[in-house]
Write a protein that binds this ligand. Structure first.
Ligand SMILES: [Zn+2]
Length: 195
């Protein structure tokens, strides 16, 4: 898989990802199952309402050499790294995270993934809204703290993803994240509408 400016890698692999991983077929089955979960159904409906209907092949299982969980590429869709997945919950998380990137790409016609602030904004939203940093998942990763852990966790994952963007140095990623944090963290579309 090419790592290009359009690839929005999902955040760090969880520590539960230590098994042998899934075959692409097993992962495809879990993707199909994820499409029946309320959160994924809701995001799919919201994308359709925004004029971004996606077909059966939009979310695919692939083998990944890089240490990423998945990614989204404009014009191609969402990839879930089968060899880095073990359980349904991990597949659901990647699908939800990447669907938020796809939703952002769809609703913001001028979204520029080479712009570190644009990329950081979508990562903040995807990290926060997907529940990637829910305390149970953080606990499994060994990062549990009592207060402020959710925002710390989102920041850590945003930095990792934006720094992987060849257009964004560590300093640029940090500046971009801080500049857009409040606006993007509080931009909860499409979840601000009652499902
Ligand atoms: Zn992401």
């Amino acid at each position: 898989m090419e790592e290009g400016p359009n690839l929005q890698a999902a955040g760090s692999l969880s520590s539960t990802t230590r098994g042998g991983g899934l075959t692409e077929k097993e992962c495809e089955d879990m993707i199909q199952r994820s499409l029946r979960t309320p959160m994924v159904k809701f995001l799919k409906e919201q994308m359709e309402k925004s004029g971004c209907r996606f077909g059966d092949n939009f979310i695919r299982a692939v083998h990944c050499d890089k240490q990423i969980a998945g990614g989204y590429v404009r014009g191609e869709g969402i990839m879930v790294c089968s060899n880095h997945m073990n359980i349904q919950d991990e597949v659901n998380q990647v699908v939800i995270h990447e669907l938020i990137h796809a939703y952002d790409d769809c609703r913001a016609a001028n979204l520029d993934w080479t712009n570190c602030a644009h990329h950081a904004c979508s990562e903040i939203r995807a990290g926060h809204l997907s529940g990637d940093c829910h305390y149970k998942r953080e606990f499994l990763r060994g990062f549990m703290k009592v207060r402020g852990h959710e925002q710390d966790c989102v920041r850590r994952r945003v930095m990792k993803s934006v720094m992987a963007n060849p257009y964004c140095s560590e300093a640029a990623a940090k500046d971009a994240m801080e500049a857009v944090w409040d606006v993007c963290y509080n931009d909860t579309k499409p979840f601000d509408r009652a499902p």
